[in-house]
Design a protein around this ligand. Structure first.
Ligand code: OKS
Ligand code: ZN
Length: 361
């Protein structure tokens, strides 16, 4: 299996975040990517071919099919604006947000101070923008775009269900059209979806894509981006009542022409183990098959693991290859993108488990 990555993804390295009100070391660390990359490149059977993306690839047009121009401009300028106003090297973090209960909001974010603008474009405190953040998030999106291109190329030349892994970091599924949060700045999965759909401009029908989000957290950004789009089916398994707290209910089923193209499958915190998870994954698989997409995009988080430091499902390492095997059974060209997972000791092993299971052997 091809694995697309970029060393530039390692650059983003904020020192701290606020967890339960206290500053702690930033959990979404560059070491996460290193762990996964090493696990794949050390595979004894050499099943994974690592390929670094060309850092010159211009993906701005791909990003602008998902995100608003003003938001991308914020991401690009936030750090330098902050420093120009006297801010420090830790980067910019918001302190006040335009809460929905306090409208009207008539001021132009472009004319605000750097810290006010951060509140306008962030939905929480987990997306600081440091000197290196923009380069890293662009590299992460570039990995997603290149992986999507390679999937399309590969699908045209082989009949077997084909898979590619995009080693995206920072992750993406919490990032919405114009907002960051939950360690996510650019929605890599959404950007990849649009690349898959636009890869063959002459195609008679626009390809349909299903997103299967198996990260522990609800992908509120991916849901928002495709909520009224019937060309993309979003299905998520996630912890009920946990972060990001305000989305992920089963009544959120899409709107307009996207009605029934959004499926949330919340699972209980603390008690969800391998068998309940796999049974629910089967429901997701059935819904995906009913939708009959041309491609499958998997938001692959392994923070469902029993010892994840910020999550509380009880999956064990052997479950991950079973998850991968079930995804393979869908028989679709599949693009995996890395999302969450913070138990460093087994992060690589668990991600590799899903991919091993998909490859079969
Ligand atoms: C609080 C951070 C909250 C956890 C973010 C969850 C990130 C994740 N500062 N999403 O899938 O793994
Ligand atoms: Zn997560």
């Amino acid at each position: 299996m091809l694995v697309v990555h970029s060393p530039l993804c390692l650059l983003h390295d904020p020192p701290t975040e606020i967890l339960s009100g206290k500053p702690v070391p930033y959990k979404e660390s560059p070491d996460r990517l290193v762990r996964v990359r090493n696990a794949l490149s050390n595979d004894p059977q050499r099943k994974y071919e690592l390929t670094a993306v060309d850092d010159g690839l211009d993906i701005l047009p791909d990003i602008l099919r998902v995100h608003s121009e003003d938001y991308v401009f914020y991401l690009r300028r936030a750090y330098s604006d902050w420093v120009e106003e006297g801010g420090d090297k830790q980067g910019v973090l918001p302190e006040s947000f335009p809460h929905p209960k306090l409208p009207p909001y008539k001021l132009d974010p472009a004319k605000m101070s750097a810290i006010a603008r951060a509140g306008y474009y962030c939905f929480d405190l987990s997306c600081p923008i440091t000197e290196d953040t923009f380069e890293a998030i662009m590299a992460s999106a570039r990995v997603a775009v290149r992986a999507a291109q390679l999937l399309v190329d590969g699908t045209q030349s082989t009949a077997a269900p084909h898979g590619i892994f995009a080693l995206t970091r920072p992750p993406g599924h919490h990032a919405g059209t114009g907002v960051c949060g939950g360690y996510c700045y650019l929605n890599n999965a959404a950007i990849a979806v649009r690349c898959l759909q636009d890869a063959v401009p002459s195609a008679a029908a626009k390809p349909r894509v299903a997103i299967l989000d198996i990260d522990y957290h609800h992908g509120n950004g991916s849901q928002e981006i495709f909520y009224s789009d019937d060309s993309v089916f979003y299905v998520s398994l996630h912890a009920e009542g946990d972060y990001p707290y305000f989305t992920g209910s089963s009544v959120e089923e899409g709107e307009g022409s996207g009605v029934k193209c959004n499926l949330n499958l919340p699972l209980p915190q603390h008690t969800t183990g391998n068998e309940q998870y796999l049974a629910t994954l089967d429901l997701a698989g059935k819904a995906i098959s009913d939708y009959s997409p041309d491609y499958l995009v998997v938001s692959l988080g392994v923070d469902t693991y029993k010892d994840d430091p910020i999550c509380c499902f009880n999956l064990t390492t052997p479950c991950y290859s079973r998850i991968g095997a079930r995804i393979r059974e869908l028989g679709l060209p599949t693009l995996f993108l890395f999302e969450g997972g913070y138990c460093m000791e087994v992060l690589g092993e668990n991600v590799k488990g899903v991919l091993d299971g998909f490859i079969g052997s």
